[in-house]
Design a protein around this ligand. Structure first.
Ligand SMILES: Cc1cc2nc3c(=O)[nH]c(=O)nc-3n(C[C@H](O)[C@H](O)[C@H](O)COP(=O)(O)OP(=O)(O)OC[C@H]3O[C@@H](n4cnc5c(N)ncnc54)[C@H](O)[C@@H]3O)c2cc1C
Length: 397
């Protein structure tokens, strides 16, 4: 009988085990988990609600969702898509809701329903907890931190994002992409900005001199900037920001509009309301408090009238609205979702089976691979799609 060892009882490992039970029930499946229970992280995903996938309706190009691993995900989603994930969990007894579309959650809003469905799906596989893999000998023998060994015909590594690297793969000659954090918020020491803490505005943020740019709701916090636009930018520029030690200039376009459009809108305002004070005519949808801050940053008096603005004043105002500059002075961890960019390089693996090209019988799935996504359910979708790909490949072999 073929014996498969899955290392790591997280989203990818447990889903792979469940799919193996469906596709190849004759195989013996052992799941080895370092912690004392399976799926501990899944239980806290999405603030305990588990945003298990996304409709992808707002994604124009897959690279927007997967800054790393886009090509592989394009291929894997054809075989196991977001619709397949939804259908699988519903068939496993978890009704889902698209009330927060494009994000998909269990209708119960309880991540434990996802945990329980995966554990039910895995039944027949043997879960071994407290088993931290320390090293692997091709062939395959697994050596655990507690001094015990186990053997298997195939090994699936699903140990998740590894901020400190993957020591048990040392010596196997695999190419690795150095791990760096993704999905973090920016520390910005700006008293004016921080005074607006709690404000959310639709905006675009970018790193001047690079192509990194993201759009979406921007949340002003007491430490700087957060919200979907910031998190997306942190994901797109994860490696660049790590190289800069999280110190970089940041440009904010407070209207997420091209400069020319903003300029025209101001010229219209000046024509229509020449005698009105700037402070009383903010551009929609800018909140009044933010408008006051931006006038101040442009060096314009609040009681100035549109007729008095002049072309220099207009230029300053347009510049502040479309390319307001701040300095990122550090990162802070995002409260709800945090992933690692980097891991096992995709060049090591066959993109159809996720099997290691140089070491047959060794497979990878989930965040241990150099695949990661922005927030919104895309990371768990990657765990489902990669877990499924490995299970199908093993079932065929
Ligand atoms: C707080 C939080 C909230 C999140 N919310 C969401 C969300 O709502 N939607 C979304 O799409 N993504 C979310 N994510 C990201 C998502 O949880 C991960 O991308 C996903 O869990 C990765 O799955 P995985 O199986 O690859 O790794 P993991 O789920 O991390 O599982 C890896 C498992 O391997 C075990 N392990 C590690 N090393 C060893 C070893 N040497 N030997 C044996 N076992 C080992 C670990 O203990 C762990 O159980 C969130 C992440 C966090 C931290």
């Amino acid at each position: 009988m073929t014996r498969v060892a899955i290392i790591g009882a997280g989203a990818a490992g447990c889903f792979c085990a469940a799919r193996l039970r469906e596709l190849a029930p004759e195989m013996a499946v052992d799941v080895y988990e370092a912690g004392n229970r399976a799926l501990a992280k899944v239980a806290i995903t999405g603030g305990g609600r588990c945003n298990l996938t996304n409709t992808f309706a707002e994604i124009r190009s897959l690279s927007e969702a997967y800054p790393r691993g886009e090509k592989l995900m394009r291929r894997l989603l054809k075989a196991f898509s977001q619709e397949d994930a939804r259908a699988w969990f519903e068939a496993a007894g978890v009704p889902l809701t698209d009330r927060d579309a494009p994000c998909i959650f269990p209708a119960s809003q309880d991540a434990m329903d996802i945990v329980r469905a995966l554990l039910r799906g895995m039944s027949g596989a043997t879960l071994h907890t407290g088993k931290r893999l320390e090293s692997l000998t091709p062939g395959w023998t697994l050596h655990f931190a507690d001094g015990t060994d186990a053997t298997a015909d195939a090994v699936v590594v699903t140990t998740g994002g590894a901020p400190k690297g993957l020591p048990f793969l040392d010596g196997l000659g695999l190419a690795m992409v150095p791990p760096v954090p993704s999905l973090f918020t920016f520390t910005i020491q700006d008293a004016g900005l921080r005074a607006l803490m709690g404000l959310v505005v639709p905006a675009a943020v970018s790193l001047p001199g690079t192509g990194f740019r993201a759009e979406g709701p921007l949340l002003i916090t007491d430490w700087g900037l957060s919200g979907p636009a910031t998190l997306k930018l942190s994901s797109y520029a994860a490696r660049h920001l790590a190289e800069k030690d999280y110190h970089a200039p940041l440009a904010v376009n407070w209207l997420a509009m091209p400069e020319i459009v903003v300029r025209e809108q101001f010229q219209d305002l000046a024509r229509q309301h020449p005698q009105k004070q700037l402070s009383s005519t903010p551009l929609s949808p800018l909140p009044g408090r933010l408008w006051a801050l931006l006038l101040n940053r442009a060096g314009l008096r609040e009681d100035l009238r549109w007729a008095e603005l002049g072309s220099k004043g207009l230029n300053r105002l347009v510049a502040v609205l479309t390319a307001d500059s701040y300095a990122i002075e550090g990162k802070s961890r995002f409260r709800d979702e945090f992933v690692t960019c980097g891991g096992v390089a995709l060049s090591n693996i066959d993109l159809n089976t996720l099997e290691c090209k140089s070491l047959p019988g060794l497979y990878f799935a989930g965040e241990v691979l150099d695949i990661d996504a922005i927030t919104g359910g895309f990371n768990l979708q990657a765990a489902w799609s990669t877990g499924d790909a490995v299970a199908r490949a093993l079932a065929k072999s």
